[in-house]
Design a binder for this molecule. Sequence first.
Ligand code: FBT
Ligand code: ZN
Length: 260
Amino acid sequence: QSVWGYDSENGPEHWHENYPMAKGDKQSPIEINSKDVQHDSSLSAWHASYDPGAAKTILNNGRTCRVVFDDTFDRSVLRGGPLTGAYRLRQLHLHWGSADDHGSEHVIDGVKYAAELHLVHWNPKHGNFAGALKQPDGVAVVGVFLKVGKTPKPEMKRILEEIDNIKTKGKEAPFQHFDPSILFPKSRDYWTYHGSFTTPPCEECITWILLREPIEVSPDQMARLRSLSKNGENEPLCPLVDNWRPVQPVKGRIVRASFK
Ligand SMILES: NS(=O)(=O)c1c(F)cccc1F
Ligand SMILES: [Zn+2]
């Protein structure tokens, strides 16, 4: 039984075989068309208050590069925007392509970015992360688009420097004293809609908050991300790239914008 992945034999077209939610009506990612977006003036600003001391480790799980945070209490939280209450930061990870013209999961007016950063938070009113997955208001993910330009994003350096220590699947390294809000762009403008995990089990528990302004990274920074391998140590080299799910049917969902 092949574990899910992004290859032709275990990729997004196969996920529904083991994870029926993958064919649900509120799946993510989606394409956002500005003409269909509804400006909602009642949407407030979102606020992240993260404790740098909550950062714990960085790991390569063969499918992405993930930074894990201590979420045993309200230590690093996201509130406001479309959310009710404080959601705890649990992990961040990225999705990226094999070239600069694709890699993001959400697509904006036909534009695919080189990568997409996801900061995953869960609603503590549901007890734990596993419980939150079963609730429509269980999880909140902030998505930040990465575009390639001339100027490297110095704040990405911390993550990219650690990559040399987690080159292969299963590798983990300490990752402390890190406040991921330094990765946010200047503008707080966002789109929000209700959707799902973009990986199995594809639970429809996510309030998506997608930032309109991309952050810029350099070609070298993207090359570094693409230097991760999905294979384990001493296995044949298999570059970890194109770990993104294609856009899913919107099925009548409304995407709201915090901006005009
Ligand atoms: N991509 S995503 O942000 O939907 C996501 C989660 F929220 C949680 C776990 C894995 C994962 F990939
Ligand atoms: Zn993700």
